[in-house]
Design a protein around this ligand. Structure first.
Ligand SMILES: NC(=O)c1ccc[n+]([C@@H]2O[C@H](COP(=O)([O-])OP(=O)(O)OC[C@H]3O[C@@H](n4cnc5c(N)ncnc54)[C@H](O)[C@@H]3O)[C@@H](O)[C@H]2O)c1
Ligand SMILES: [Zn+2]
Length: 672
């Protein structure tokens, strides 16, 4: 009995503690300075929810779990026509199935749960009159001038009578976020969600002019519902809104598949998302389902793994790269983020470290979203500092060869210019052996380092003079592995112009540069080395800087090119890298196209990687480019299209066609 009492007292205390934490964390978050990552906040909420569910008599009063958002009125308060609520959360297939079971026979749409902030747009007789934030769910903040000035994707006029309210999410696109941070390295934004919220909190639109937002609609309320389209997605599209990508699902299995698809493509999309939303497709049925204290009954949010987490920055190590760049690498206490355990993350450069005010020992926010390399986005809560934190001091000499470093550019990136630097040498050798280049797959990085230390490897050509006997002298190398290593080296002799150029790691020359040089008719690496600037810049996407870098470095590498040739390594263009032979009547002949979104073969529904589809377009006569410009003839769109490309195409008057049309042409011309 006594033990029972003690437990109850503890539970009561714990509930109070958690409720206080929820209130405090929400308050900080909605004021624009979150103190923890969302996943950590969610964990506090979850614990509170579980404790209250098990001990309903101990529910706090007022219960923060029944409340939405927080009151944040900066401009002018506006009462919502109906509350703007939160969403019930799910993490399992069973919860999704239970949702379907509650609404038998109803069609459900599944769409990405965009991570921005929700807005209600009010139109009267076709004119946008008000844009309001969610606020505490009942009363929001009038942000109409900011939304008008800064948000794309919402029409100023719509063709609908009476009062129409469109709700949706205003997000900062990842491309906008990245470009902004690049341009404002001294005042970086921490993540796109916070950036979007901060933008609409500005007092003056001019101060945040470069922070464009994009509005995705997901909800519609019309004064004359009978005449309107009952299907949400169609109705929004008809009015001219970019909806969140909605898929109709007849049952829970179909929904599970769409949810998995959204999660899989998460990294390719131009916006952050933290889950998928299921919602009754029929607007009348959705309204009829009603609401709970803080969520609609006709919708459910399926949450994905967090892309941001906080962890301890244990140390910073300055790493020497293959081009001599010395980059700070964060060593972190292991943290599960973006689906994997992360222990290393990039800190970009010394200016970024300074701008973000990061110290060793800090609890830092680690972000792994969209891009493969996790990075340290900043310190959320400086009040957690103990005083034992240490400044991150950039080195003045190379950690490998001790040569004095030089600084370059606005972000003061550090470089070791000693081409004989041992660390650079190893990095360059590893790069030569990598899959995108010579693909010497039987010799890993550790072995390359060992062989370099033993003086057997310095330049790529040295791989080709290695002998089995030399390898056998190393501990733990037996007959079998030595043979495998040598075979792998021999096979890599067919590397060819494109991959050899990638393998030589020439600053500013990307994989795309190598591909385009081959397509433009260059026959060998020597041919590229011999070319003057005029001939190089005539190649698409190669500018004077890339041309100069190619000339300088290939000039320096001439003796190495000769050594590679002497070892029987091919530096000539390979058939597979030549432009495809195209008939003059090919369906896309002479067109420059950009491909965006996810592609699917309409005959099987199978997902087709973008490079494969681009190759098909090239076979059909097209030249492919990566970004929309005035030279683009066609923007070919798959599903989940990045809004920025569409906006740009619209601005430049570039024709936009759906992939289905191109597939039909490819099939007709027997290209696929
Ligand atoms: N880091 C912190 O300290 C802290 C504190 C408080 C809240 N938070 C975070 O803020 C969020 C707030 O939670 P919440 O209760 O508002 O729920 P929520 O944000 O998880 O869900 C409701 C919201 O989802 C949005 N949404 C996006 N796409 C949608 C779609 N397709 N259909 C419908 N709605 C869509 C809407 O804006 C809606 O208001 C959570 O992610 C939480 O982690 C963080
Ligand atoms: Zn060095």
């Amino acid at each position: 009995m006594a033990a029972g009492n003690v437990r109850v007292v503890n539970v009561e205390e714990r509930i109070r503690e958690l409720a206080d934490q929820v209130v405090a964390l929400r308050d900080a978050y909605y004021r624009g300075s979150p103190r923890v990552a969302d996943a950590e906040y969610d964990a506090v909420e979850d614990e509170l929810r579980e404790l209250v569910a098990a001990n309903p008599e101990l529910a706090p009063d007022p219960n923060p779990l029944d409340q939405v958002g927080a009151p944040t009125v900066l401009h002018a308060p506006v009462r919502h026509s109906r509350p703007m609520l939160s969403l019930e959360k799910a993490t399992t297939a069973e919860q999704v199935a239970a949702f379907f079971a509650r609404f038998p026979g109803q069609s459900v749409v599944v769409m990405p749960k965009l991570d921005g902030l929700s807005l209600a747009l009010v139109y009267e007789d076709g004119r946008l009159v008000r844009a309001v934030t969610r606020g505490d769910g009942t009363t929001g903040d009038d942000v109409t001038p900011l939304v008008r000035a800064l948000t794309d994707g919402l029409p100023e006029r719509i063709d609908a009578p009476g009062r129409v309210e469109v709700r949706g999410e205003a997000v900062m696109l990842r491309s906008t976020f990245a470009a902004y941070n690049q341009a404002h390295a001294d005042k970086p934004l921490i993540n796109p969600r916070n950036a979007a919220a901060g933008t609409l909190r500005a007092k003056d639109p001019a101060t945040v002019a470069e922070r464009r937002l994009f509005f995705f609609a997901f909800d519609l309320d019309t004064s004359t519902p009978d005449s309107a389209d009952a299907d949400l997605e169609r109705a929004l599209r008809t009015l001219g809104f970019s909806g969140a990508d909605m898929r109709h699902c007849p049952d829970a299995d179909a929904a599970a598949e769409v949810i998995a698809g959204i999660e899989q493509r998460r990294d390719e999309l131009d916006y952050d998302l933290d889950g998928a939303v299921l919602r009754l497709a029929d607007r009348v049925a959705y309204a009829a389902a009603g609401t709970r204290s803080n969520s609609p009954r006709g919708a459910l949010a399926y949450k994905f793994a967090a892309e941001e987490r906080t962890t301890i920055l244990e140390d910073v190590v300055w790493d020497v790269g293959k081009t001599g760049k010395i980059a700070p690498v964060a060593h972190l206490a292991p943290v599960f983020v973006g689906g994997t355990t992360v222990t290393r993350a990039t800190l970009a450069n010394q200016e970024v470290i300074r701008a973000r005010g990061i110290k060793i020992g800090d609890t830092v926010l680690v972000r792994r979203a969209g891009d493969v390399i996790p990075f340290v986005a900043g310190v959320l809560d400086e009040s957690q500092r103990t005083g034992a934190e240490r400044d991150i001091v950039p080195p003045s000499t190379c950690p490998s060869c001790e040569q004095e470093l030089v600084e370059q550019g606005n972000s003061r990136e550090l470089f070791c210019t000693n081409t004989a630097c041992p660390a650079q040498t190893v990095r360059r050798l590893i790069h030569w052996a990598s899959r995108a280049a010579a693909d010497i797959d039987a010799i890993g990085g550790v072995w390359i380092e060992r062989l370099a230390e033993a003086g057997l490897l310095e330049n790529p050509s040295d791989f080709y003079t290695l002998t089995k006997d030399q390898l056998l002298e190393f501990d733990r190398v037996g007959e079998v592995s030595a043979t495998r290593m040598i075979d792998s080296i021999v096979a890599s002799r067919a590397v060819g112009l494109r991959r050899a150029l990638i393998g030589l790691a020439i600053p500013m020359a990307s994989e795309g540069t190598a591909t385009r040089l081959c397509r433009a008719g260059f026959a060998s690496l020597e041919d590229v080395a011999d070319a003057d600037e005029e001939r190089l810049v005539a190649v698409e996407d190669i500018g004077p800087k890339v041309a100069a870098s190619l000339s300088e470095h290939l000039g320096r590498l001439r003796p190495e090119l000769q050594r590679l040739r002497d070892c029987g390594v091919s530096l000539d263009v390979r058939d597979e890298d030549l432009p495809p032979v195209v008939a003059t009547d090919a369906p896309l002949a002479g067109k420059t196209v950009v491909v965006t979104g996810s592609l699917n073969d309409p005959r099987s529904g199978e997902k087709v990687p973008r490079p494969t589809f681009q190759r098909l377009c090239e076979k059909a006569g097209a030249t492919t480019a990566t970004s929309v410009s005035a030279n683009t003839d066609l923007l070919i769109t798959g599903t989940d299209v990045g809004a920025s490309k569409l906006t740009k195409a619209e601005k430049l008057g570039v024709e936009v066609v759906d992939q289905s049309l191109v597939w039909a042409q490819l099939i007709e011309a027997k290209i696929v």
